[in-house]
Design a protein around this ligand. Structure first.
Ligand code: MEV
Length: 323
């Protein structure tokens, strides 16, 4: 069997702002979901991820069943398959589990149907499934789930306005691969689940009420991204951490933090992190902490505080299991 896998994602900068056309910088969490078995069926599509307690097929109620029905109609052919997969990221924690599931299923069904899809078509199909999960996604999660690595993404194509002085490779019209290695990150899970769609809707309501303020916060987040990217290129971890903290302040001003995230910010910074921020939809989910050389201290601080935590390595793989 060809290896079928998908990445998770850790958004370093730009969540929510990306929905409104601003850029985002995100890191793929390598092999977040990997197919262990793909069994052919007459036509039915099914997926099980025991670690997530997920076992669904086309006839199942709920969003996974609906996504499978949409996928059955989306790709050419009618062969089916049942996929059994293993996950190394928690579900519904802001780490792109639904996008990873979508990319995995698209790749498995394309293989079962003999459809040769390049990565750009995989992410386009996965994005259609993401609409079932999240309503109107920016496309960031499906992009990172497909390509992995460090991606600079926005909705519109990069058209002669890509940042200069950064080693970039165009992966798709609106996706640039940043060739700098990302530093290890400690990821702590607040244990609080919030739907991305509801958090996106919350920001939408805030923006309707006060567009100037919200667009100003998005602009601040853009400044954090460019400062953070510049610091990353110079190996300036303190600068990158500062940009993450500033981004977190802007996200909190958009009511996207919560008491658990605030507590984890305090724990991370007290344990030696240079910077930390929530990642993804917010309102719960995960915190990313940058703590070069102090990763174990931050991991332990999160765990002592009652939060699950793990480490994402330089090129994305999870190097230590969930706590
Ligand atoms: C969710 O992982 C990221 C958001 O920006 C939503 C999106 O990009 O569709 C909050």
């Amino acid at each position: 069997m060809r290896r079928i896998h998908a990445h998770g994602k850790a958004i370093l900068f730009g969540e929510h702002a990306v929905v409104y056309g601003h850029p985002a910088l995100a890191l793929g969490i390598e092999d977040a979901v990997v197919a262990r078995a793909v069994r052919p069926t007459a036509g039915r599509l099914g997926i099980s991820v025991p670690g997530w307690g997920l076992d669904a097929d086309q006839d199942s109620p709920g969003t996974v069943g609906e996504a499978l029905r949409r996928l059955a109609a989306l790709l050419p052919g009618d062969a089916g398959c049942e996929v059994e997969a293993e996950a190394s990221i928690p579900m519904g924690a802001g780490l792109g589990s639904s996008a990873a599931l979508a990319v995995l299923m698209v790749r498995a069904v394309a293989e079962a149907r003999g459809a040769a899809l390049d990565d750009d078509r995989v992410r386009a199909a996965a994005n259609e499934l993401e609409k079932v999960f999240h309503g109107n996604p920016s496309g960031l999660d499906g992009t990172v789930a497909t390509f992995g690595g460090l991606c600079l993404f926005r909705k519109a194509p990069w058209d002669g306005d890509a940042p200069s002085g950064v080693p970039l490779r165009l992966l798709a019209p609106n996706v640039l691969r940043v060739a700098w290695p990302a530093p290890p990150l400690v990821i702590g899970h607040s244990g609080v689940r919030r739907s991305t769609a509801s958090m996106v809707a919350r920001v939408g309501r805030l923006r309707e009420a006060d567009p100037t303020r919200v667009d100003g916060l998005f602009a601040t987040m853009g400044t954090c991204l460019w400062k953070g990217l510049d610091a990353l290129g110079r190996g300036d971890h303190a600068g990158l951490g500062k940009a993450m903290n500033a981004c977190q302040e802007a996200l909190a001003a958009l009511s996207l933090s919560c008491p658990e995230i605030d507590r984890m910010m305090d724990l991370a910074l007290a344990a030696g992190a240079l910077g930390a921020k929530l990642t993804g939809g917010g309102g719960g989910g995960c915190v990313l902490a940058l703590a070069p050389g102090r990763e174990q201290d931050v991991l332990e601080a999160f765990r002592r505080g009652g939060f699950d935590a793990f480490l994402v390595g330089v090129h994305g793989p999870t190097v230590e299991g969930k706590g």
